[in-house]
Design a protein around this ligand. Structure first.
Ligand SMILES: *[C@@H]1O[C@H](CO)[C@@H](O)[C@H](O)[C@H]1NC(C)=O
Length: 177
């Protein structure tokens, strides 16, 4: 679920925006109640959009934790995936991921969370405190204006098990202007 965070972002690597802001909308999510209970929501405060999470993790997560973020950009009438990858946060710290966008977003996300992004995750209370992209954030310099869709699914595979359990999934739109 920390994974949420890894995914809160958009496209990559074209330094055309300097003073960007982002609007999040249509957030939906699905939590596996055997693993996670709680709420995720979009907040608007003084024109600033943010995503918050307030959840309890009920089981320890270790072994493998597969996170699959998909970032799509609206091109014409449809959303086209620009980043679609799979990462095991028990093996790789997302803040050190190969993909530069995942790396940027994870580093940015660390400012809003009180927990480590890398597995293992102990049972307990996890909060994401109004995650947003600050205008001053260097990340915003890398995100071209446009309409984006972000989705993410995470699955847990216990040590020694061959079974993958879905932990959560999440989807939202982000308009960058
Ligand atoms: C968000 O949901 C509303 C209401 O269902 C819909 O009209 C709108 O097109 C959606 N936004 C996006 C970006 O899909």
């Amino acid at each position: 679920m920390k994974k949420l965070i890894t995914l809160l972002a958009f496209a990559c690597c074209s330094a055309q925006m300097v003073d960007a802001s982002v609007r999040f909308s249509n957030l939906t999510y699905d939590l596996n109640p055997e693993y996670v209970t709680g709420k995720i929501n979009v907040k608007v405060d003084g024109g600033v959009y943010s995503i918050g999470m307030n959840c309890d993790l009920l089981k320890k997560i270790d072994g493998n934790f597969w996170v699959t973020p998909v970032f799509s950009k609206k091109l014409g009438k449809s959303y086209t995936p620009i980043i679609d990858l799979k990462l095991d946060t028990c093996k790789t710290d997302p803040a050190l991921a190969e993909n530069p966008l995942i790396r940027f977003v994870s580093t940015e996300a660390k400012k809003f969370v009180s927990f480590g992004l890398m597995c293992p995750y102990e049972p307990g209370h996890y909060v994401v405190n109004d995650f947003t992209f600050e205008k001053s954030s260097s990340l915003m310099n890398f995100i071209p204006k446009g309409n984006y869709h972000v989705s993410l699914t995470s699955r847990h595979q216990s040590p020694g098990s061959s079974v993958l359990h879905k932990v959560m999934s999440l989807s939202f739109f982000a308009d960058v202007e």
